[in-house]
Design a protein around this ligand. Structure first.
Ligand code: FAD
Length: 504
């Protein structure tokens, strides 16, 4: 280990994504001398992007914009039944290039603002790949040549990248979420391999934009989520036209003379093949720790995805910390990375003693019928407390927006998992609805996407939310969020959870 003498920086941050930037800006605001290194290794087909990390460039933001584009397509069709006179459906077309350019232009503006923000806050930005030389020294190569940075503290916030399967043709012909948002040509008939939230979201917006989308599922859809809700999300996608290949594994990809991709796959009994224009892998992500040369600083990783196990974001080397997707056993979500990064900087430079609470973090899967949840799944609750100790409230409901266009309501469902004793403390809330996020109670926002159903309930859960409080909460009518305040049928009762009358 290097001696702790005078170092050039108070904090060097490896990775200019959600967590790294939040920590860097907070630390600089508290008077620390900070440098951020950010470098994007291009994908196998050469896609690269600017400052800001996964969320801004190849994650939440482009995904949400494409989701919105797909929702608008549905809205166009709905609007006919609301009296809008439109050209015949065959004359309503979507232009992939225009959407891609609009999304990319937005991203470029965010990249620019991020750079300006760092400059204004006196955070030094270095566009270089960082590696450990020792536990106080980072080595990087920039256009100006090799550079060594010494720092009192080092923060690893390098995030992760998508996995590729070890099959012939995967690297040459497959793409991932790192490429989809910049595709030169429209994706066409697409096979999405993997049914986690990223795979299902991509399938949802591609199908919504008019492309043939098939999802290959190895085990079950949304494996990390509540089982019943995961199955309902998949069923809702299927109803909209997404195809599913269940219990299948890819075998090989070949490029044919006409440019199409011939994919072979197996299910437990047989081998199949079909041609697609695009194959997108969404098979999970590994932490970008391989190139860091962690061994030079003595930092240990855990598991097979290069993640780092930390206690309060501190690695096994006391002056080195980690936040965001690189952390072992923590949710891979932007607000989690940001919050943990900010709190860490406040502890390091602002005398704070506040630690990150990773419990009850809310999230939403942005499939056409969105799925928002906070707390634990029904399975986890049963495993932890036993079925007898639980009360599962549930309901199917009819969103008002769906009445006139006569949209299918069969997958609009919610449930509340409560512990029977002690005022029925709520353990998990799961909401599958048209906008898993219509209103946030007690907050007001003017602009696109006015709030989300689950977010406010997440705050309530931080305050020991109980069924008694939920039942005593007056809903906002007519919203989908109010359906939570109306829920009174338990699974145990066996009563029909189908929609009650609208306004009584
Ligand atoms: P990142 O944002 O990934 O930033 C890490 C940065 O470090 C990158 O720029 C990387 O290139 C750089 N880097 C790597 N190695 C080095 C090195 N050695 N030296 C210098 N720089 C390096 N989260 C949500 O909350 N909501 C969503 O809706 C959502 N949707 C998503 C959709 C998709 C398709 C994907 C892929 C992710 C989504 N996420 C979502 C997850 C979210 O993007 C991540 O949780 C978040 O970006 C993690 O932030 P981070 O700071 O850990 O890493």
């Amino acid at each position: 280990m290097a001696p702790i003498g005078d170092t050039e920086y108070d904090l060097v941050v490896l990775g200019g994504g959600s967590g790294g930037l939040a920590a860097a800006k907070e630390a600089a605001g508290l008077g620390a001398k900070v440098a951020v290194l950010d470098y994007v290794t291009p994908t196998p087909i050469g896609t690269k992007w600017g400052l800001g990390g996964t969320c801004v460039n190849v994650g939440c933001i482009p995904k949400k914009l494409m989701h919105q584009a797909a929702l608008l397509g549905e809205a166009i069709h709905d609007s006919r039944s609301y009296g809008w006179e439109l050209p015949p459906p065959e004359n309503i077309k979507h232009d992939w290039e225009q959407l891609r350019d609009a999304v990319q232009n937005h991203i470029k503006s965010v990249n620019w603002v991020t750079r300006v923000e760092l400059r204004d806050r006196k955070v030094e930005y270095i566009n270089g790949l960082g590696k450990f030389k020792d536990n106080h020294t980072i080595q990087t190569t920039t256009k100006q040549g090799e550079k060594l940075l010494t720092s009192k503290y080092i923060l690893i916030a390098v995030g992760g990248r998508p996995e590729y399967p070890d099959i012939p043709g995967a690297i040459e012909y497959g793409i991932t979420s790192d490429d989809i948002f910049t595709l030169k040509n429209a994706p066409g008939k697409t096979l999405i391999i993997g049914a986690g939230y990223i795979g299902l979201e991509c399938a949802g917006f591609l199908n919504g934009l008019g492309y043939d989308a098939t999802v290959m599922v190895r085990s079950v859809p949304l494996r990390e989520f509540d089982r019943q809700m995961g199955d309902l999300v998949a069923a809702s996608l299927q109803e909209k036209g997404v195809k599913f290949l269940n219990k299948c594994l890819p075998k090989s990809i070949e490029k044919q003379a006409d440019g199409k991709l011939l994919i072979s796959w197996t299910d437990p009994n047989e081998t199949f093949s079909d041609t697609f224009d695009t194959v997108l892998f969404a098979m999970g992500r590994h932490a970008s720790t391989k190139e860091l040369q962690l061994e030079n600083a003595g930092i240990k990783t855990e598991g097979n995805r290069g993640k780092i196990n930390c206690v309060n974001e501190q690695t096994n080397v006391p002056n080195i910390f980690a936040v965001g997707d690189v952390l072992y056993g923590r949710p891979e979500l932007t607000p989690v990375a940001i919050h943990a990064g900010r709190l860490l900087s406040r502890r390091l430079f602002g005398n704070s003693t506040m630690f990150m609470d990773y419990e009850n973090v809310a999230t939403t899967v942005f499939t056409p019928l969105e799925y928002g949840c906070v707390g634990i799944s029904e399975e986890k609750a049963i495993e932890k407390y036993g079925e007898d100790k639980l009360e599962i409230y549930h309901a199917f409901y009819k969103p008002t927006e769906f009445f006139i266009p006569q949209r299918s309501i069969v997958h609009c469902y919610l449930k509340v998992i409560a512990l029977r004793a002690d005022d029925q403390k709520i353990l998990g809330m799961h909401f599958l609805g048209p906008q898993a996020g219509e209103k946030i109670l007690g907050m007001h926002f003017l602009g696109p996407q006015a709030g989300e159903v689950i977010q406010g309930f997440a705050s309530a859960m931080k305050c020991n939310f109980t069924m008694k409080i939920l039942k005593n909460t007056v809903g906002i009518h007519p919203t989908t969020a109010e359906e939570f305040t109306r829920v009174n049928i338990t699974k145990r009762s066996g009563l029909d959870p189908n929609p009650q009358a609208c306004c009584s």
